[in-house]
Design a protein around this ligand. Sequence first.
Ligand SMILES: Cc1cc2nc3c(=O)[nH]c(=O)nc-3n(C[C@H](O)[C@H](O)[C@H](O)COP(=O)(O)OP(=O)(O)OC[C@H]3O[C@@H](n4cnc5c(N)ncnc54)[C@H](O)[C@@H]3O)c2cc1C
Length: 822
Amino acid sequence: MALGSVCRSMGRNAHRTLVTEVTTHCSTLRLFLTLVALLCLPSFSYSVLNQTSASAACSYLQNTLGTGVVLPSEDQYQSTSEGNWVQTAWASPSCVIQPTTTDQVSQAVSYLAQIGVHFAIRSGGHSPAPLGANINDGVLFDMSGFNNVEYCAQQGIAVVGTGMRWGDVYHYLDQYNVTVVGGRILQVGVGGLTLGSGLSYLTDMYGLACDNVKSFEVVLANGSVVNANQHSHGDLWWALKGGSNNFGVVTRFTFTTYPTGNVWGGYRVYTLDALPALFDALLQYQSAPVKDRYANLMMQAFPLNETLGVLLNMVYNKPVEAPAAFAPFYDIPTIADTVHIQPMTDFLASQVPPSLPRLNWYATSFKIDATLFKTVEKIVTTSPELDTIRNLTAGSIAVGWQPISTNAIAAGLVRGGNALGLENVNQTWLAIDVGWWDAEDDTTANEATASLIARIEDAARSSGQYVDYIFMNDAAVTQNVIGHYGAGNVARLRAVQRRYDPQEVFQKLVPGGFKLPPQGHEGRPRLIEGSQATPCLVDPRGYPMFLTDGVGWWAHKQTWQITRHWHGIPTKFYGPEDLRGSKAPADLQQGGAEIGTEHREMHTIPPYQQPDNLAVQTGQVWTPSSAVRKGRIRLMLIPPSDMESLGMSTLKNSNPYLGKTITAFEGGIVTRVIDHPHDSSRVFAYEVTFNLQHPRVVAVAAQKPPLHFHPYQEEYIEVLEGRLAVEIEGVEHILGPTDGEFKLRPWCNHRLYSPVTELEAQAKEDNDEWDGERTVFLLSGQDTDQMFRLDTVFFENWYAYQDLIVVKGEKANLVQVMSHAA
Ligand SMILES: Cc1cc2nc3c(=O)[nH]c(=O)nc-3n(C[C@H](O)[C@H](O)[C@H](O)COP(=O)(O)OP(=O)(O)OC[C@H]3O[C@@H](n4cnc5c(N)ncnc54)[C@H](O)[C@@H]3O)c2cc1C
């Protein structure tokens, strides 16, 4: 392939080939090396996980690997084992191996997996998490030898070694006037930041760092090397976007590059008493109806610092002085101001990392709300935990606000999506950094900061503004980060882990860092994009239904179980007998005031614990909207027979098509027009059933329906039964009932289908109970004033058109195609 000839590279690592070539080239060599490694294995058993076996493994690797292996007896041991940014992450590995080629990584990983020795992976070493990127009594992979960057102008990509620092990457790419989406501080490492998602000053324009990885070169647990990208190992590609060290050792990242140049940026410093004014400004900045994507900022307050009150880093990604996006900040008096027009990399070089021997950080997220902002301000300036930290030697604290807009989330989705399960709302990712001096203060510092974060989370929850997401790169390792990606995403991550690492090497032998949550800790179901659901009253089909934190879920069966954690929120369960024959409580009729105390049960379920299974005979569950708004969740189970007497049959009957059934493919696809069960603003809602065993559907199973788009309306898909493939701009997403709603944006080319053969194979592999009989999903759309809109007539046409093209093999007619771009 001629790609190499148009690419330019930097670094002492002699690897010059592009990622695509690396695998082909390596596969034979790798097989040979793996065989050699296996033949030469000393006779260790998998269960011998102790210092001796780790030390013996180090000697073996030193003799066979052909690269640096630093043993404790050697001079460089101290500097390599203490190569992590802060002391809290230092450890005493049995040896540090320093591979420079993918084959060396492959050989070492497969060997350690075979003999069951623990290991850790370190790229830049900037995670402060104890034992996240270092290890005691095990082997540390120091990936700093992967220090090559290669730019391919024709493809608009840069292939970057995991051991590089962002500064080296940016400086190299500057000569071509391009950059990549990466870290905001030049010293930080590429590998950990990207695998933890990666927040950049370009995120509002192009998404997170992980969203911009076109391909990951990964060494798997069995030593094989794969390139995970959209077209090959797409499930692993998705999983690595937020999956950290759970799936393999990533050696190289192929990033999309973007043009770069001068920006208007720098920092402004304020006294702490400017904080209320800064919060008002922040609120206005984040609430802009159309957020300017070129504007980015991070604000940090230092409540324990005598001189430095608040630091505002701001950048406008164009050489435009004082753009309107930052106007709310302009009148607030500063004590220092460095903002000016300068090259992007110079702006980044002005951001200096803190320098403290011991450090940790904790993260939480919430929406944009004036009252909550004031509460948070009070918590971080007056809480008693501040005194605790102040009393530690060199105790200090920095509270960082990072505005994330829906632009960033959309940018990730159009690039194929990630594993993070982000809610499509403007939000703040808050990080509290705590620094101190002495190891003996570790527990006090951590407990005080965790307690501050808990106060903020409580405030966010009780105001209804909590966002169920913890940003990994700012999180403490004790926070269940991946458990907050949502149960659907965790299930997908587990499926990827079972496929690529069936022996769970990266779960069991790589103990440090942010791991996949254990069963029962996987978080609650969530919408894939956007929490569009509003509390609802009636499921037209009489199925039981329940609703939590504004997210509605269906249960098709007569009995169901609640299998989610409830964050310690007091939860009331009402049995049908509470209401049978009685009058509806006043608050029920009014739509949800506080329910009185005369009701039966109150369960408080601690975080991450499942409530007792709750079986509902035919009935409905209803949650008052005010309870959701107040962050409390209550379930009310009402037998259908009592619905009418309780005045709950509120189904509007205004839709002239309501109840109408459209059949296509001679009954293979059945579409029933319904009122949307939890969002009355949807202009249409259908329950679509694909009868997968129907001969007309079986006959076209290998064919995909035509791609189409809608210019004005957002379309929503929620799988109720089976699985559905949604292909958007060439990227396939497999959705199931735990995945929540999936939003399709206007202008995105898409198609929906049930990929029978893949599904069967996957279900078999996952040991799922899916019977392959039907796929049932809710399809609905947003309203629009535009003349051409999606409605029932459109769908009648659409299926007739599919019959014509897919089944009868006729050619697409331009007029018809255009009418379907409604
Ligand atoms: C001063 C400073 C500024 C920061 N600024 C930002 C910022 O702007 N944006 C942002 O998103 N984050 C930022 N961070 C947080 C940073 O992203 C994390 O600390 C990240 O872990 C650092 O990456 P690293 O390569 O140095 O990680 P390491 O400490 O080396 O590793 C972190 C984790 O990733 C795993 N890992 C690393 N490399 C690999 C690999 N190749 N394969 C598999 N697993 C691997 C490790 O096992 C470990 O668990 C900053 C951190 C610091 C200290």
